[in-house]
Ligand binder design. Structure first.
Ligand SMILES: [Zn+2]
Length: 218
């Protein structure tokens, strides 16, 4: 979609992909987390599942070793804003551009791979944010499946219902930033979910910047 009289092209918001028959994209938000991210990485490694991690920019440098592990194990990085603070949604397009762009600059400074795109904290999408992302040529990536697993315990029954309901090309929102008391059960459910989805013929893939740019219409 072209805005008349402007060079700014507004992107298509991504919730899922129609043209992937077998692939499921697991995504994990709110890391890197020193208590729980490595536990999630252990599960994914043991099952050979690639995924995408939407990271909070200000936490990347303090947890650089963890982020480097994530990259070396074949996962992709996404941008989940600099500080995850919702107050930023009430600020200007310029400020939003900085909130997003600073993370990508941090990835470059730390010699990390480029972000696949931006996932707004709490999934909030406002017109100034859409414009800011368009000017940064940053894909806007949401999801079509979620469990509120950062708030409630995620269990097998819900994982099974999801595995029956999902279609290929789905983007699943999960959180590697888990409370200490929930991480054990979370990982057990994640392992079970992977088994359930594979039993239904699905494979796992990480998002890439290339497919997200294409899907965005950039
Ligand atoms: Zn978040």
């Amino acid at each position: 979609m072209k805005k008349s009289g402007s060079h700014t092209q507004l992107q298509t918001l991504i919730r899922s992909f129609d043209h992937f028959e077998n692939q499921i994209f697991l995504t994990f938000d709110d890391g890197p987390n020193d208590h729980s991210t490595s536990r999630v990485l252990d599960v994914l490694k043991s099952r050979s599942v690639p995924a995408t991690f939407f990271l909070v920019g200000q936490d990347v440098r303090p947890q650089l070793k963890l982020v480097q592990r994530l990259v070396s194990e074949g996962h992709q990085l996404g941008n989940h804003s600099w500080d995850h603070l919702y107050a930023n949604y009430f600020s200007s397009e310029t400020r939003l551009r900085e909130w997003v762009g600073r993370v990508n600059q941090e990835f470059r400074d730390l010699q990390l791979p480029e972000s696949v795109g931006f996932r707004p904290p709490a999934g909030v999408v406002t017109p100034p944010l859409v414009k800011a992302l368009a000017s940064l040529r940053e894909p806007l990536i949401l999801w079509n499946e979620r469990f509120f697993d950062a708030v409630f315990q995620w269990g097998r029954a819900r994982a099974d219902r999801s595995a029956r309901r999902l279609s290929g090309g789905s983007i699943v929102l999960l959180h590697d930033g888990q409370k200490a008391e929930r991480i054990e059960a979370f990982c057990e459910t994640l392992d079970h979910y992977i088994t359930s989805l594979r039993a239904r013929g699905f494979e796992f893939a990480a998002l890439t910047r290339e497919i997200c740019l294409t899907e965005s219409g950039f």
